[in-house]
Design a protein around this ligand. Sequence first.
Ligand SMILES: *Cc1c(COP(=O)(O)O)cnc(C)c1O
Length: 345
Amino acid sequence: MADKAKPTDFDWNDLGFAYHDLPYRYRAYYKDGKWSDGGLETDSYMRVSEAAQSFHYGQEIFEGAKAYRRKDGGVNLFRPNMNAQRMNRSADRLLMPHFPEDKFIDAMKQVVKANQEFVPPYGTGATLYLRPFFFGTTPMVGVHAASDYTFEIFATPVGAYYKGGLAPTAYVTGSLDRAAHAGTGRAKAAGNYASSLLPGDEAHKAGFSDVVYLDPRLHENIEELGSANFFGITKDGKFQTPKSPSILPSITKYSLLALAPEFGLIPEETTISINDIDRFAEVGAMGTAAVISPVGSITHQGKKHVFYSETKVGPYTQKLYDRLTGIQFGDEPAPEGWIYDVPLK
Ligand SMILES: *Cc1c(COP(=O)(O)O)cnc(C)c1O
């Protein structure tokens, strides 16, 4: 078994997006209709039956969040209540029990506090990534929901996505879907990621950063950009993002919809046809990992549509990025209830 990571192992200015085995993770166990108290554990390996439900029939959902080091040395969580609520909506879709929201937030704080030496310093742009996940462990071969589950949160330090400032990337439409219209696209289910690997690989091999998913019924309307949500800023000042039952509801998206009016943009969730994208002055991808990635172009049916610039970030995209990261790192005032301080003592 590999050694545990130590804070001295890391160059905080040069971190990628990788797993490291930190000293502590939180686990709770669901059995006989109720959750165990839950607590911190040190072993990164788990002992699970070979017939565990999630290995065969895929009851596995997850979340992604970050802990942010502030200038004053404290640590922030960004809207962890939204992660807790979304995980329970994902659980409903996969016929899994709920994990209580207050227990979820407390568990996030415990993991950050216990691994606090691994929250990267303020100013590096790096963060402590938190990965809550939740899966069925009951041994079975018949297809039904598990009666036993494990909930865990582990942490791993990750670097700023864009080290030299925001840089636009190129996307391409594909012919494969990540989720069905009334399927599990709204749930943060591991299985959606399994079905996204091949389309993502095809886009990478063709020289693009990722694929644009179109709606699974008509292949006409934009859904997601790889594993991130889509936004476009129209030439007449609207911040638009697609509305569809098969999109994963991004917390970054709802946060930017709320912040857009500060910059004079009108926020709107609406249908966005792939045939009508030249009305966008700027396009971007949104999610916790990359925050905002400017999209320089989308290639559809062999035709490349360029937004703002293929090499430079657009002004609204940069302003929204600065505002959101300013809130997350505690440099700017946040809307009520968005920031949770993590007690470190
Ligand atoms: C997690 C995820 C996102 C981004 O959601 P955030 O809450 O902003 O991190 C977008 N699309 C998919 C498919 C996802 O799984």
